[in-house]
Design a protein around this ligand. Structure first.
Ligand SMILES: Nc1ncnc2c1ncn2[C@@H]1O[C@H](COP(=O)(O)OP(=O)(O)OP(=O)(O)O)[C@@H](O)[C@H]1O
Length: 439
């Protein structure tokens, strides 16, 4: 096998003996972009479509204020006569974009004909129509993201509260424009990275994934070092009692996905991937969980939240059987592969799976990015920042929020224990079937 290309630089110990991450290669970040890996692994993913974004769309996302498309019409000619435009709900609640100081015009007509004041369906009609038609094609509801991040910090503003669910292009625009994670993807994805000669250019894309009701308890983050699966952690840091009995199933389903699809085909030896493992869709005592679905691939870098691990712990894990070699071609098959044969008869290290235990201080850990201010409902954050009296309101809002959260958690636990299964919208096993994933 060829030497590993594009392998992230290994951490080195500083003078205090602490591990320090050297800069990550730009190429490593590009390999974790959805449009890079999705076409390779589509049959293990949620049904998705990838739409390349144009510069005018990116400018729109960057601008202050939110101007939405006229709902119910995508014909730009029809819009030209509509000089009495009012944004439809929910945009009517948003303030208009600030006027330029030297803008003497106060005519709505003039404002509407200025290119950057046009609603999206007039400003980038092809792209707008493509987004609308893709939502329909994916079943009417999607979870959007850009190359690396979803706008999960902006769900408080959504018409579908506290979810990334979008049923229209306008829903998507609101989330994308309100999210700091999305701005980071567009402006800072390559911060502190080392350029590599002939590295491909960055093409911003909009990823639309068919939306389904995900149980956060069954989402896991998985760490790969030297092509070995070394660690797994719950993504949602709440206590779910039923997960304990599912431990062996969680590990075996994740290893199955890793060994059959990712281990030898991802171009990097070190990376992080996220999975969703639904309950088995049939009454099966042996396999209490269904096949693991690949949700995301993240850089092996400090910017990826290690959740219940620390990066120092992950960096210090010694891999007993490091695999030195570059990627092999992935033939898209879910069946036996060379890598399965290699595993047979050989004792392997089991990855460590961390689950939140009852009364675990890791649950509701406020230092974790998952619970930083952007994840809280806006009124809670606002109340916490208000002056006198603010703390009382904050305490009340916070109590309501935590009670509501506990109720949701109990409901999810009951659903999972009763084996209520929501089917995961999948890509077709046939090459070319399902979503096109065109780039
Ligand atoms: N198809 C889907 N339907 C419903 N919810 C989804 C879907 N895909 C993802 N989600 C939810 O959105 C969350 C964020 O998705 P994703 O992991 O792709 O975003 P991210 O920004 O890359 O997250 P992170 O920064 O933690 O890596 C997931 O944890 C999951 O709860």
């Amino acid at each position: 096998m060829p030497a590993i290309e594009g392998k992230p630089a290994q951490p080195v110990a500083n003078k205090d003996g602490e591990f320090v991450f050297p800069p990550v290669k730009r190429e490593h970040i590009l390999h974790c972009s959805y449009d890079y890996w999705f076409p390779k692994y589509r049959t293990s993913c949620v049904r998705s479509e990838i739409i390349p974004l144009t510069p005018d769309f990116v400018s729109y996302i960057h601008e202050d204020g939110i101007i939405l498309a006229h709902e119910g019409s995508s014909d730009p000619n029809q819009e030209e006569d509509d000089d009495d435009w009012e944004p439809t709900n929910p945009s009517s609640d948003f303030p208009p974009p600030p006027r330029e100081p030297d803008d003497e015009s106060d005519s709505d007509d003039e404002e509407e004909t200025t290119p950057n004041r046009l609603p999206p369906n007039q400003r980038f009609p092809d792209l707008h129509n493509k987004i609308e038609s893709t939502i329909k094609q994916l079943g009417g509801a999607v979870a959007p993201k850009l190359n690396w991040s979803s706008p999960r910090d902006a769900t408080w503003i959504s018409r579908h509260p506290n979810t990334v669910k979008c049923t229209s292009a306008n829903d998507i625009y609101i989330l994308l424009k309100s999210s700091s994670f999305i701005s980071h993807d567009l402006n800072h994805a390559f911060d502190d990275t080392v350029p590599v000669p002939n590295s491909p250019p960055f093409q911003p894309v909009l990823v639309l994934r068919s939306y389904f009701n995900i149980h956060p308890s069954l989402e896991f983050r998985c760490f790969v070092k030297d092509r070995n699966l070394v660690a797994l952690t719950q993504r949602d840091p709440n206590y779910y009692p039923f997960l304990r009995s599912l431990r062996p199933h969680i590990i075996s389903r994740t290893k199955e996905l890793f060994t059959k699809r990712l281990k030898f085909t991802f171009p990097e030896g070190d990376f992080v991937f996220d999975v969703y493992i639904p309950e088995a869709s049939y009454d099966d005592e042996v396999n209490r969980l269904g096949r693991a679905r690949l949700i995301d691939i993240n850089p092996w870098a400090p910017r990826t939240d290690p959740i219940m691990f620390g990066w120092d712990e992950l960096l210090e894990i010694n891999v007993k059987r490091p695999v030195i070699g570059g990627p092999l071609e992935d033939n898209g098959s879910e069946g036996d592969s060379e890598s399965d044969e290699e595993e047979e008869g050989e004792e392997e290290d089991q990855p460590e799976l961390r689950l939140v235990e009852k009364d675990d201080p890791a649950a509701y850990n406020f230092s974790s990015p998952a619970f930083s201010a952007h994840k809280l409902p806006k009124e809670v954050v606002d109340a916490s920042q208000a002056g006198e009296g603010g703390m009382r309101e904050f305490a009340e809002s916070w109590r309501n929020f935590t009670q509501q959260r506990e109720r949701q958690q109990q409901q999810r636990g009951q659903q999972a224990e009763q084996g209520r299964v929501e089917e995961v919208p999948e890509e077709s096993e046939q090459p070319g079937g399902g979503g096109s994933g065109s780039t």
